[in-house]
Design a protein around this ligand. Sequence first.
Ligand code: GLC
Length: 418
Amino acid sequence: MNLRIAYLNPSGKLGGAETSLREMLAGVRAAEPDWDLWLVLGEDGPLAALARQLGVRVVLKPFPPALARLGDAGGAVSLSSLARAAGPAISYARTLAATLDEIAPDIIHTNGLKMHLLGAYTRPERTPLIWHIHDYVSSRRLMSRLLRLFRRGCTAAIANSNSVAQDLHALMPGLGVTTIYNAVDLNRYSPDGSHLDLDELAGLPPAPHGTVRVGLVATFARWKGHKVFLEALARLASDAPVRGFIIGGPIYQTAGSQWSLDELKSLVKDLNLGERIGFTGFLEDTAASMRSLDVVVHASTQPEPFGMVIIEAMAAGKAVIASRAGGAAELFVEDENAVSHPPGDRAALARQIERLSGSAELRSKIGAAGRATACRLFGRDRLAADLLGFYRRVRDESLGTPDLGLRSRWRAVDHGRP
Ligand code: GLC
């Protein structure tokens, strides 16, 4: 049976959840070319074009500004910003409901917190709703309360790691949660392919021959560990043949949750790092940027729910230093296909940078094992098989079961009924 699936995603930019979504779209499209795939975006951005290229029908429905700005990733949400967003969010929900009626999907798959709530509020009756949870929600006070409130609108959930699944179980014990690991495009993230001149992109003179390039590839979210990375670099011996790179930039609209370039540059100055570190800004071709590094660093200071960069670097055949906590710790075996440090431990990170920069043999051994792991566990085909099985199960189980949608309730309220 062909299915029509509507994916709902808040952002059009390519953060981790969007990269994950792109692989889902590509995987499902390749496995089931006749399925009708739709993507409703709360913001325009590169994801729209990427999805269209995959034959996905994209509907742009930009969030009203008050809703776009609302988020609690960077701390507590003020009640006043919530109050300002409530009216626009309700009007937005009504037009989203009309869009979903037109699409008439068999399944709705939401991929971000705001869309989880909007999906639960607006899904047509009897259409199963899947929440795909990419982050720990229990630590976000407002979001966890809202998710619990809207939980009856959700049919089943996907978590991107067992660690995130456990967090959800604790928050919403009755909710069925299945772990489905993300995938990476193994052709794009491959040891073979183009390289970039990272020195030039960072505006630095060419590093001497034999320099080991070590890069943190991440958005500028504050918990991605830029400070720990810079402090680790500052601990290296002044003649260590290492140049660090910060690859990425601020991409989210949520206020207060990310580093500014000025802040990081002034840290570089305080630490006296000089030409030991370069900033390339956001690079479209992440795969080429990773190939141009010798070591890829993941330095999140909080437990990382999954960590796309870890599997991307593995697929690119690079030695990875990961922050060992949360879902990220499920992705590798220490000293076999990656090495790690405890989150926030700048001394331990510095030691791993020293260790890997001192041995080309160790780097290539770990890089090759990482590539093999990515091919075995993190390919698109595996992701598509997991998803298709999940969709069919959700569809079959929800046929004939009483509808738990919330929409009939607010319709009743609209019409003045109890
Ligand atoms: C979110 C998580 C990140 C994960 C990504 C894809 O961005 O914070 O850990 O890699 O989603 O699942």
